[in-house]
Design a protein around this ligand. Sequence first.
Ligand code: SF4
Ligand code: SF4
Length: 280
Amino acid sequence: MSRWIAKGLKGGIHTTRFPETVTTGEEGAPSTVRVRLQGLNPAVALAASSRCPTSAISTDGSETAGELRFDAGACVLCGRCSREFPSAFTQVRDPRVAVVSRDRLRATFSWDEEHELAPVSLQATAQLLQQATSRLFRHSLHIRHVDAGSCNGCESELQMLSSPYVDLQRLGIFFTPTPRHADVLLVTGVVTHSMTGPLLETYAAMPSPKLVIAAGACAISCGSFENSSLTNGPLDRLLAVDAYIPGCPPTPQALLHGLLLAVGRAGERYRAGQEEPDGA
Ligand code: SF4
Ligand code: SF4
């Protein structure tokens, strides 16, 4: 026993300091994609939209005039755009990518006959969380997770939240098996027909006030299954969503950021189509 204690003391603390300290280096999985206006031109926009496997990048127009729409909520992080058009699309490795408004994940750019590109809408219409509600949960938060039709990729990352490295309990955040004790409904997956009923029943069984978080491209936009007849999603068609965590899957630290954002303990940084995140 004493050997294990000595070994533990010698090893020191391995738990991440996130969110106090944020690693934004090249290591680790990407959290989302950013559009770089200076590297974008009509030819790249049209080619990238044809390479994107989801509707995350879509165009409307021709080389002479048109629009590019980027939706980080539909991005499944396949890496094609940043690999093939690195001057226009870059992977974001900062895990602080959760937002409180779906619009913050969308950006639109247009080009004219001179090939001049300009942002059309970088919407700042953040539907702010009800601060009074979120403040109630600042110190202790219980999460009921519902897999509403996921591939289990998101669940693998969610499991990592309880690992010694992330250790979300140190922040006063816990998973609960019962909706009666839950403050947050965290949903992954496309919301299949068969999971719609259980999802809504779980929400109804939670006491008020309560928050809803959409985690992963499937919950936010149905991702690769956007036009499937087997889903009722995305989630915000059924429930008002308080925070969106993009990614496929979102990294554990991105999930943590989304939870802290939902209760007002972290701020938004990501905004689709913006060169660099806000603030430090
Ligand atoms: S990384 Fe995202 S935006 Fe880029 S091609 Fe893949 S799905 Fe589309
Ligand atoms: S967002 Fe990606 S990892 Fe998560 S359930 Fe959908 S396909 Fe799987």
